[in-house]
Design a protein around this ligand. Structure first.
Ligand SMILES: Nc1ncnc2c1ncn2[C@@H]1O[C@H](COP(=O)(O)OP(=O)(O)OP(=O)(O)O)[C@@H](O)[C@H]1O
Ligand SMILES: [Mg+2]
Length: 257
């Protein structure tokens, strides 16, 4: 289930992490069974996260699912304000701990006000970035330490980890070319040098390698429609696994008395 563990016991395809130091939350809240499915899209800037999240939302809605498509930082009024504080240029210097705390604060609001309630209603929640981005950008890119940032975010979210994380892997040159196409301006993090984005990419791949059954890692250079098909198939399997667990669970939602 999409709460309280690094890999959901309700999605057998997504088994336990192999590197607990990176994978498991430091703080675990009591089990709160949530019937929805929680999917995060991660990857470098320009990898195609927003594109794939949107395509998946459309496909799932067409199939009759209730879907919350949301993004980080953001997804709540306070989160959107924090987004512009942390991503826009013009707020002067932002030290790494401040940056990590702003992202975590936005995430806390997002989980409490939007994600957990939607999962409780049985919706499929698709978030464009989540904790993995903080571990990688602030923990590794800014040098705060992956474990410290993971622990901060485990606390901020009361231990809510995705059931499925889709990692769109892109190299720094391709990512920058895509996001600056048409003269689009880069935000404060996007405009970091190539070396920063190279470290981010490596760290994302290491994070995924530490939890191979919780991640779907895809080459972001592939055709969009192809990628969308593979993501839909994987999420479909996770939904079937979730439905089977909900059906067999005791209590009011389950099939057993
Ligand atoms: N598979 C793909 N192949 C080629 N171009 C793509 C692909 N997916 C997305 N794009 C293009 O790359 C650009 C970035 O895509 P998108 O905005 O979805 O990425 P993102 O990961 O959300 O970026 P950001 O991190 O900046 O939000 C867009 O112009 C999009 O049309
Ligand atoms: Mg995007």
């Amino acid at each position: 289930m999409p709460s309280d563990s690094a890999a959901s016991p309700t999605t057998p395809a997504l088994a336990s992490p192999t590197t607990p130091a990176l994978a498991s939350p430091a703080l675990r809240s009591p089990a709160l069974p949530l019937p929805g499915l929680f999917v995060a899209f991660e990857g470098g800037d320009g990898a195609g996260k927003s594109t794939q999240a949107r395509l998946l939302a459309e496909a799932l809605r067409d199939a009759g699912h209730d879907v919350l498509l949301t993004r980080e930082p953001g997804g709540t009024p306070i989160g959107e304000k924090l987004r512009s504080l942390v991503l826009d240029h013009g707020h002067g210097e932002v030290d790494p701990r401040t940056e990590a705390l702003i992202f975590a604060a936005a995430r806390a609001a997002h989980v409490a006000q939007a994600i957990r309630p939607a999962l409780g209603r049985g919706e499929v929640v698709l978030t464009d970035r989540y904790i993995g981005s903080s571990i990688v950008y602030q923990g590794v890119g800014r040098g705060l330490g992956a474990e410290a940032v993971r622990d901060l975010n485990a606390w901020a979210t009361d231990g809510l980890w995705p059931d499925v994380t889709v990692l769109l892997d892109v190299d720094e040159a391709e990512g920058r070319a895509r996001r600056t196409a048409g003269d689009a301006a880069e935000d404060r993090l996007e405009s970091e040098p190539d070396a920063f984005h190279r470290d981010v990419r490596t760290a994302f791949l290491e994070l995924a390698a530490a939890q191979p059954d919780a991640y779907l890692v895809l080459d972001a250079r592939r055709d969009s429609a192809d990628l969308a098909g593979e993501i839909l198939a994987a999420v479909g399997r996770a939904l079937e696994a979730r439905a089977a667990v909900v059906r067999s669970a005791p209590g009011p939602r389950g099939g057993r008395p």
